[in-house]
Design a protein around this ligand. Structure first.
Ligand SMILES: Nc1ncnc2c1ncn2[C@@H]1O[C@H](COP(=O)(O)OP(=O)(O)OP(=O)(O)O)[C@@H](O)[C@H]1O
Ligand SMILES: [Mg+2]
Length: 468
């Protein structure tokens, strides 16, 4: 399909200016005066990318995006924003999955980059989807384990993107496994025999980060006592992971972009460029769109790195992964500490299942490491868990009706009692007299139990705020 762009704008002169600009940039152009007309044109002829104004009579840019989504049409769309519509355009990117927004007046150079990137990313995603349909799923990739549909999707994306040269932006909360994803991509790439270097952009003071990345010559600055190759040179023929990219100083980001674009690096204190062959992966636990909006993350660098994105969901959204990850970690931790722990007990697994895991897999690993050391052998039991992991289980599982308690076998008796009493309280709308009556216990007994739970929860909440 030729690279065709659909320009949608109700203002005739703006529309023809944009059409002219796009055509001068080498795109074939179709135009429409509003969203409705755009849909008609799209039915007649598919396009590679849509460039649309936001505010239009008949059918606005937002309505057009909604209609495209409803039709399953995923043609990438760039929103044009005029004065006062920036917030709306950003929300289109977040909520309606527009590719990006472009502020008027439009600059030809920016327009070209944006249209190229939109098309490139769209093609890659389409190719990935095609290939991933051909793949059989497995629950393991390198050191990564996961049975959930979300992790199988992540494994599939890793397998697809690994053999390419595309940059990958890996996002997800702290401890979700971003570094493991990066290592998985390296291992499955043609560069697996080469080095994989990880640099944490948050850990380095601003003054040191450039010398760390690009290297320096002896005497380049005070303290440069000898010549040093930077991470790019060290990762030659291999992979460089820029960890916590969202924390890199903005000035350094501009230099980084140049190095990536030109595949050349210049050591501090040297006037010559050194050619480098490095695949760049980047990871961040921040939301990149927000960092860009706050001008902490350069938009052009984001485009360059975000050719492909892999998002790791938090562990609380994929609890199904906990048992297999725990089993894999047990093997590793047994070896590390010379222990013979056989399994995680059912009571512990149900506790794990109701816990929210703010520190994700890293926290699970730390909890298990402590438990393996404490248990030494046999089963991991509740007494091997830190207190912080013992907040009240949710009183009523969500899949039950208001007057029925469903309990998983292996749930400790005290938890069953608590869940049952909480259910009675919820059922009576917190009428303690009535709840005590239903439960067949004294009001005083009920009060004591509720107070004890409240004390325990307060303690657990304060312990929880300390990193486990
Ligand atoms: N799916 C998984 N299977 C097994 N182990 C995992 C998995 N995900 C993460 N881990 C383990 O959890 C720990 C944290 O993983 P990793 O360092 O990759 O997280 P991260 O997202 O890079 O965290 P941060 O944002 O804090 O840098 C590591 O010990 C890793 O081995
Ligand atoms: Mg990391």
């Amino acid at each position: 399909m030729p690279t065709r762009v659909l320009v949608v704008d109700d203002d005739t002169s703006e529309r023809s200016d944009l059409a002219e600009m796009a055509s001068a940039l080498g795109f074939q152009v179709t135009t429409a005066g509003n969203g409705r007309e755009a849909l008609e044109k799209l039915t007649a002829m598919p396009v590679s990318v849509i460039l649309t104004d936001l505010v239009m009579p008949v059918m606005s840019g937002a309505e057009l995006l909604r209609e495209l989504a409803a039709r399953g049409d995923r043609t990438p769309t760039v929103m044009l924003t005029g004065f006062g519509t920036l917030d709306q355009a950003i929300s289109m990117v977040h909520n309606l999955k527009a590719f990006w927004y472009l502020e008027k007046p439009v600059q030809p150079g920016v327009l070209r980059t944006l249209l190229d990137r939109a098309i490139q990313q769209h093609d890659l995603v389409a190719e990935t989807e095609r290939l991933s349909r051909q793949l059989s799923y497995q629950g393991v990739l390198g050191e990564m384990v996961g049975d959930s549909p979300q992790m199988k999707e992540v494994f599939s994306l890793i397998r697809q993107v690994a053999p390419t040269t595309a940059s990958v932006l890996i996002t997800g909360e702290s401890g979700t496994g971003k570094e493991l994803v990066a290592r998985g991509i390296h291992q499955l790439s043609k560069r697996s025999a080469g080095p994989v270097i990880a640099v944490n952009c948050a850990a380095l003071p601003e003054s040191l980060i450039e010398s760390e990345l690009f290297g320096h010559e002896k005497g380049a600055f005070t303290g440069a006592v000898e010549r040093r190759a930077g991470c790019f040179e060290q990762a030659h023929h291999g992979t460089l992971l820029l960890d916590e990219i969202g924390d890199m100083p903005v000035g350094t980001q501009a230099k980084l972009l140049r190095v990536i674009e030109e595949s050349k690096v210049r050591r501090l204190g040297n006037a010559n460029d050194i050619p480098i062959d490095v695949r760049v992966l980047a990871a961040t636990n921040q939301r990149p769109e927000k960092a860009i909006q706050e001008k902490r993350f350069r938009e052009d660098l984001y485009y360059r790195l975000n050719v492909f994105q892999i998002h790791l969901p938090p562990l609380r959204d994929r609890k199904q992964d906990i048992p297999p990850i725990a089993a894999a970690l047990l093997c590793h931790l047994n070896r590390k500490h010379n222990c013979r722990v056989t399994h995680v007990g059912p009571g512990v697994l149900s506790r794990f299942d109701v816990y929210s895991w703010p520190g994700n897999v890293r926290q699970l690993r730390n909890v298990l490491e402590r438990a393996v050391i404490m248990a030494g052998e046999g089963e991991i039991q509740l007494r091997h868990l830190p207190d912080a992991l013992a907040p009240a289980p949710p009183p009523v599982p969500q899949d039950q009706s208001a007057d029925v308690l469903r309990v998983r076998v292996g749930t400790p008796m005290n938890e069953v009692e608590e869940a049952y009493i909480r259910l009675a309280l919820a059922y009576t709308k917190n009428n303690k007299h009535r709840a005590a009556e239903l439960l067949g216990i004294s009001l005083r007994n009920l009060h004591n139990k509720v107070r004890a739970w409240a004390n325990r929860d307060t303690k657990a909440a304060s312990a929880n705020s300390v990193d486990l």
